[in-house]
Structure formats: structure tokens, C-alpha cells
Design a protein around this ligand. Structure first.
Ligand code: ZN
Length: 268
């Protein structure tokens, strides 16, 4: 990608993030300061997390942080990153963030140790507009990748996973989270299901193209990733899980590109 264009978009992105941050900060100060909940993403002490209405119209209680917009899955990942990946906050790293979540991007953009690039096909406030199946970056470009709750929207998800593997450097790691139905051993997908209503019924959301099962790990491994599934909430006390509003059943897919795997795939 043209480096001047990338630089300009990164600067513009910072201004828009500052505006949203100011709004959330005022809202938090005026209405939601308290001592019942703690958000690991922004360290806010809160009266409560806000409810959220799903696209199907169902009201789910205690979801969003009013200070940074983090959901339970974001809070879990940030807690994990702070506890287990100190290098992300200290070392010089190149980080690519696909479909950047505000609660993470607000920090990553300010971290001087990171060369941070955001990418998405549709979002306007990203550094680079691109399809995750055809990323405009050389192979082995990034040390760390974040691509959370994206693949369930992508028809050719195996292509996207391979592309992510290609641009990750050997020795690098990625967090590739998707919604998983743990009762399902095999992923449900049917490319003839295209109406939003049917997708909602079959895949859980109108714009999802599949419902992943526990075989998701196989798709990641098929591209070359070495995958660890971490039951991270089990390592935390019940008090922390409750206070931080975490999902005790959520797991983290930590994907590594081992040098040996990368070499073997190049030879195929
Ligand atoms: Zn927060």
C-alpha cells in the first residue's frame, strides 16, 4: 500500500477517535461512575454495564461499557493480553487489526512501541480499505494480528485464514475469534441460504454466512496455524469474572505461525 496514503489515513483516524473518546468520557463521568463493575479495557469503575439490543430485537443486560464500548468478549481479551502478552505493550511490534474494535484501537493507536495498521473492507475510519481475502501486504509483514468476529461474515473464510497466515511473520501470533456453538461439532454452512431472515435463523445473525462449531480449530490448523484454545476465564476468580462482566464459557483461540510450519507450506 502507498505509504503516504497510509500515513494520512492514520492521522485522520486519530482525530475521529479523539472525538468519540471525548463523548464516551463525558457520558461516563456524568452518568455511570460507580463501584459495582470494572472494565479491564478502560479501567473505568462503573455503576453498571449497559444493556444492548441484538439485531433480532432481544435486549441483553450488562453488555457494553459506557466508557469505552467494550463487550464481554473484548473485556476478556484485554484482560488476557495484559496478563499474558506484556510484549504487546513494550516491544517494537507491527500489529495489523482487521475490523478494529474501538475499545482496543483507542489504545493501540497511541502506543509508541507499535506500528499499528487497521484494515477493513467497509469501515470508513481505517488506515486501509481491503478485502481480508486479498490483503495488500507482503508475506511475513506483521508480528501480531487481530481479526475478531470477522470470519463468520466472510464467504471464503479459508482463503481469509490463509491470507492472514501469509502476512504473519514466522514466530508471530494472532487472535482469531469467532462466535462458536459449542454443542455443534461441525460448522453449519450453506451457500444457498442468502436471505437475511434465513441467515438469522440458521447462523444467528442476518449477515453471518455460517455458524461455526468446535471444528473451527481445524480450519485454522488447515492454513498452517498452531492453535491453542485457552479457557482463560477458568484462570480467574469468580469475583473477577462477575465484576468485569465476562462470559465464563468463552475461550480464546491463540494462533501461532511456527517457523517450521511456514517452511513446510512454502515447499508444498
Ligand atoms: Zn471500558
Amino acid at each position: 500500500m502507498d505509504s503516504l496514503k497510509l500515513w494520512l489515513r492514520q492521522r485522520l483516524g486519530r482525530y475521529s477517535y479523539s472525538f468519540v473518546e471525548s463523548y464516551y468520557f463525558c457520558r461516563y463521568q456524568l452518568l455511570y461512575r460507580g463501584n459495582k463493575r470494572i472494565c479491564p479495557c478502560c479501567s473505568a469503575r462503573l455503576k453498571k454495564f449497559l444493556p444492548m439490543r441484538t439485531r433480532a430485537g432481544i435486549l441483553v443486560p450488562s453488555v457494553m461499557c459506557p466508557r469505552c464500548d467494550a463487550h464481554p468478549r473484548h473485556r476478556l481479551l484485554w484482560h488476557y493480553l495484559c496478563a499474558e502478552h506484556g510484549e504487546l505493550f513494550e516491544s517494537k511490534l507491527q500489529l495489523l487489526h482487521v475490523a478494529p474494535e474501538f475499545c482496543f484501537a483507542r489504545y493501540f493507536r497511541k502506543m509508541k512501541n507499535l506500528y499499528y495498521v487497521t484494515v477493513d473492507l467497509e469501515m470508513s475510519q481505517v488506515d486501509c480499505r481491503a478485502d481480508v481475502c486479498r490483503l495488500p501486504f507482503a508475506e511475513d509483514s506483521f508480528d501480531v494480528l487481530f481479526c475478531n468476529h470477522v470470519l463468520e461474515h466472510v464467504p471464503a473464510d479459508r482463503e481469509a485464514i490463509s491470507e492472514l497466515f501469509r502476512i504473519l511473520r514466522p514466530g508471530g501470533w494472532a487472535l482469531l475469534q469467532v462466535p462458536i456453538d459449542r454443542k455443534r461439532s461441525q460448522t453449519l454452512e450453506d451457500e444457498t441460504i442468502i436471505s437475511p431472515k434465513e441467515r438469522e435463523r440458521c447462523f444467528g445473525q442476518y449477515d453471518h454466512v455460517r455458524q461455526y462449531g468446535t471444528d473451527f480449530q481445524g480450519r485454522l490448523a488447515g492454513a498452517g496455524f498452531a492453535v491453542e484454545i485457552l479457557a482463560y476465564p477458568d484462570t480467574l476468580s469468580a469475583t473477577v469474572v462477575e465484576q468485569c462482566g465476562l462470559d465464563p464459557d468463552e475461550t480464546i483461540y491463540l494462533c501461532r505461525k511456527n517457523a517450521a510450519n511456514a517452511d513446510m507450506l512454502r515447499m508444498v
